[in-house]
Design a binder for this molecule. Structure first.
Ligand SMILES: NC(=O)c1ccc[n+]([C@@H]2O[C@H](COP(=O)([O-])OP(=O)(O)OC[C@H]3O[C@@H](n4cnc5c(N)ncnc54)[C@H](OP(=O)(O)O)[C@@H]3O)[C@@H](O)[C@H]2O)c1
Length: 256
């Protein structure tokens, strides 16, 4: 039986919910009667048109909050707003991630290494997640089973890196995996019912992957809906000993 079936009411938080995989999770959870409340964060809620439309339809269950993960005070503020309404979270999925923006593009060679861009990758892909672990901890300190998942990437696997390139993205996801494994060990002591995992979603048709989809065979390019369904299935099957692990979309374990 999934941990979600054991708990009533279930409170969920999706971080980075404006579009892509995060928005897919919000839609999926709103279709699921077992989920009481869905908190959804985005950098600019007033521009998150899909979330606004969903909130109009599900005003009792969907609560939209502002959060730029690079600003710790915004994380604190959003967590305070959640704590004013509920004292427990059971499912958190951090879907924030950066591969390209404006002039920042994944590096093909050492010639393109730029410290500012590297730091931007780390700030969004690694640091934000551990700040979430820091501030969400009180909401996991309860006796019910719960999961804090962060979307990582197979490209962050050091053991699996055969192709090279994409230095900043790869390294920031490897750092994310280490930060979340370390947080999992600390959570085991302070909130033993909470599992922390990182997940590889598979190549998914979103803004992030769009410029790099040309060589991806159609059957290996997942829709957002498919990815959200697959990752939720992995999350629901997690067992106590799985905390601190790195899973692929099909439930298999990935090498560090
Ligand atoms: N798509 C894939 O093929 C693929 C493969 C492997 C791993 N992943 C990982 O999956 C996760 C989700 O990516 P996606 O494909 O859904 O990409 P996406 O559509 O570009 O979504 C990324 C999300 O991150 C948010 N975000 C970016 N910077 C942020 C910040 N500073 N603070 C708060 N939110 C921020 C974006 O918000 P805005 O709307 O405000 O920009 C957006 O909601 C990422 O971690 C990505 O690395 C994706």
């Amino acid at each position: 039986m999934s941990f979600i079936d054991e708990i009533n009411p279930v409170n969920a938080l999706i971080v980075g919910a404006s579009q892509g995989i995060g928005l897919g999770f919000v839609k999926k959870l709103l279709q699921d009667d077992r989920i009481a409340k869905v908190y959804a964060t985005s950098r600019q809620p007033e521009l998150a048109s899909d979330l606004i439309a969903l909130a109009a339809e599900h005003s009792e269950r969907l609560i939209c909050l502002a959060m730029d993960i690079t600003d710790e005070s915004q994380i604190v503020e959003a967590v305070q707003k959640i704590r004013a309404q509920v004292d427990k979270l059971h499912l958190v999925v951090n879907c924030v991630g950066l591969l390209h923006e404006d002039t920042l593009q994944p590096e093909k060679s050492l010639r393109q290494i730029n410290s500012e861009n590297l730091l931007r990758y780390f700030q969004i892909n690694s640091v934000g997640a551990v700040l979430l672990a820091k501030h969400l901890l009180p909401l996991f300190r309860h006796g019910e089973r719960s999961v804090f998942a962060t979307i990582s990437a197979k490209l962050g696997s050091i053991g699996d890196n055969q192709l090279g390139g994409w230095y900043g993205y790869r390294a920031s996801k490897a750092a994310l995996n280490m930060l979340m494994r370390t947080a999992a060990i600390e959570y085991k002591r302070s909130c033993p019912k909470a599992l922390i995992v990182t997940l590889h979603p598979g190549t998914t048709d979103t803004r992030l992957s769009r410029p790099f989809q040309v060589n991806v065979p159609a059957e290996q390019l997942f829709s957002v809906e498919r990815t959200a369904t697959q990752l939720l299935a992995v999350i629901e099957q997690l067992q106590e000993g799985d905390s601190g692990q790195f899973f692929s979309w099909n439930g298999s374990r990935l090498p560090w």
